[in-house]
Design a protein around this ligand. Structure first.
Ligand code: ADP
Ligand code: MG
Length: 217
């Protein structure tokens, strides 16, 4: 089960700033949920705590019935698409996408079929043997998403800065993550401070302000 449950989740940064203030939320398996609110309201902090990039001050995060708090990020069965994704510029697209699977010691045939299936799905089959530095920004973005989905994550965390370069990148990225949600039933948590975009997606919206949830629609 890939439901995500936040219970009294709280984050106080070392400088004493309370950025996430007692947030409780239930996200269903396969749901696409948008976190929306002004810059600085704590959206990214929540995503980073779920992803394990940031310590939790207090409260709990569950994936299904598993308590995630003390599980290492790489063992959480979730994937993150953030801005500073590091693609290896001198490796080709295939190797970049295969990296996470190789670290898991999966058989070569499985790695190959997973990478090719994800590439087909994202429309980047033709560039698999090209080095990252030779790819368009749009294809780099797809390789980064491909690298996230080859591991068959139960949950995909997407922060708005993943595709902040321009509007068409954003539209393509949204198209891709909606397709991932539809095809693989991956639970998606998407962060945006853009109201039009949040409304236009026609999915559940969690409204935030000053570290708190102010409404859900
Ligand atoms: P959002 O993603 O909604 O724009 P963030 O989660 O990035 O907001 O940040 C929430 C609040 O926490 C902001 O006021 C931000 O300045 C503060 N903050 C973020 N990271 C740190 C940090 N490492 N130390 C102190 N304060 C931080
Ligand atoms: Mg943010």
């Amino acid at each position: 089960m890939a439901s995500v449950t936040l219970e009294h989740l709280t984050k106080t940064y070392p400088n004493g700033f309370l950025s996430v203030n007692d947030v409780s939320l239930e996200i269903e398996d396969g749901e696409f949920v948008i976190f929306h609110g002004p810059s600085g309201c704590g959206k990214s902090t929540i995503l980073r705590m779920i992803g394990g990039l940031e310590d939790i001050t207090s409260g709990s995060i569950y994936l299904g019935t598993d308590l995630l708090n003390d599980i290492l990020p790489r063992d959480r069965r979730l994937a993150m698409a953030f801005q500073n994704y590091t693609l290896y510029r001198h490796f080709n697209a295939y190797d970049n996408m295969a990296l996470g699977l190789r670290l898991r010691d999966l058989p070569r045939t499985i790695i190959d079929s997973r990478v090719k299936e994800a590439a087909e799905f994202l429309g980047i089959t033709k560039v698999l043997d090209k080095k990252i530095k030779a790819l368009s920004d749009a294809d780099k973005q797809r390789v980064a998403l491909g690298r996230a989905i080859v591991c068959h994550p139960k949950v995909l965390l997407v922060d708005e800065d993943f595709a902040r370069q321009n509007d068409s990148r954003r539209r393509e990225m949204l198209h891709d993550i909606l397709a991932i949600n539809a095809k693989y039933k991956t639970t998606i948590l998407y962060v945006t401070n853009n109201y039009e975009e949040a409304i236009g997606l026609n999915k559940k919206i969690v409204y935030m302000k000053d570290g708190k949830i102010t409404g859900i629609r």
